[in-house]
Design a protein around this ligand. Structure first.
Ligand SMILES: [Fe+2]
Length: 299
């Protein structure tokens, strides 16, 4: 029987019945994958999946396929997360010195977008393996991934999606200035410590603004991702009519990621619990976006 697999998992020796995208060199073609060039061409299409015929393939797809393919995908995702974390760390260091090349983050966003398209579950599971000192970086990768996935589901164009992905990568850059002892603290924060944490959107905004090459959308998301629709958020206490859709999108993804991940002070919630909790708080979060996110991640 023909098997539908993510395009990233196509290998030489597989017989392709269809690359699932319109209007490319592959439309209407059935062929055996024989070269790295063909693999790269398949990866470059807008397809998410390809249909593979195990009977006509020269490699064994039926036998060990599902677990092998999953393991490969997991390994590839682990590598993506490791590399992306390193690039992001470099970018955060550059921000500190006022030398951020914001375009350098475009390929990171693209790679994350590819991985989450292939398998949102594995990407999020892998980011859960984060260690404490990498917390902000990996949280940012996961939020970036969620934002792009949600943006795709809402019909954003590729360019805007990527910009949202970069905004996700940079939204918490202000945490550079929050001591790790506070970020990783077990138990509740003192009032003074809470003030320091709540300063991170404004600090991040100022840092990014100083770079001189960061878009308004990215600046806004950094500054306002902790605002709430009823005006109870921070730092500006903006009300719903002043909170644009991209900021709402970022907030929903940020909170969902925070609730479903492990933190020093809490256990992870299930996707369902997190979505229900947010759904019940329409005074804080954009309900339509929560519902849309639920369509992607509810188990
Ligand atoms: Fe934040």
């Amino acid at each position: 029987m023909v098997r539908r697999i993510p395009k990233h998992l196509v290998r030489k020796g597989m017989f392709i019945e269809s690359v699932e995208c319109p209007d490319t060199e592959f439309s209407g073609r059935r062929f055996l994958v024989q070269s790295d060039d063909t693999l790269r061409a398949i990866l470059a299409t807008s397809a998410t999946y390809a249909l593979v015929n195990p009977q006509k393939s020269t490699v064994d797809i039926d036998g060990a396929a599902p677990s092998t393919l999953q393991a490969e995908e997991r390994q590839r995702t682990i590598e993506t997360v490791a590399q992306a974390t390193q690039t992001l760390r470099g970018s955060f260091d550059a921000v500190r010195m006022g030398q951020l090349q914001v375009e350098a983050l475009n390929p990171v966003a693209d790679e994350i977008s590819d991985r989450i398209e292939a398998s949102p579950d594995i990407f999020l599971k892998v980011t859960r393996l984060k260690s404490k000192d990498k917390g902000t970086y990996v949280h940012s990768l996961a939020v970036s991934a969620l934002m792009m996935r949600l943006a795709r589901s809402l019909g954003y164009a590729e360019d805007a999606m990527r910009e949202l992905g970069v905004a996700g990568l940079l939204h918490d850059v202000g945490k550079l200035m929050v001591p790790n002892a506070i970020l990783n603290k077990n138990g509740g924060l003192e009032a003074a410590e809470r003030r320091v944490v709540r300063n991170h959107p404004e600090i991040g905004y100022r840092l990014l603004k100083e770079q001189g090459n960061v878009s308004e959308m990215i600046l806004d998301i950094c500054r306002y991702h902790h605002e709430a629709l009823d005006g109870s958020g921070y730092p500006a206490g903006l009300k719903a009519d002043r909170i644009g859709p991209e900021i709402r999108l970022a907030t929903v993804c940020d909170v969902f990621e925070a609730l479903t991940s492990t933190r020093p002070y809490k256990r992870p919630w299930t996707a369902r619990d997190a979505l229900n909790w947010m759904f019940d708080r329409e005074q804080l979060f954009d309900k339509k976006m929560v519902i849309r996110l639920g369509g992607i991640f509810a188990d």
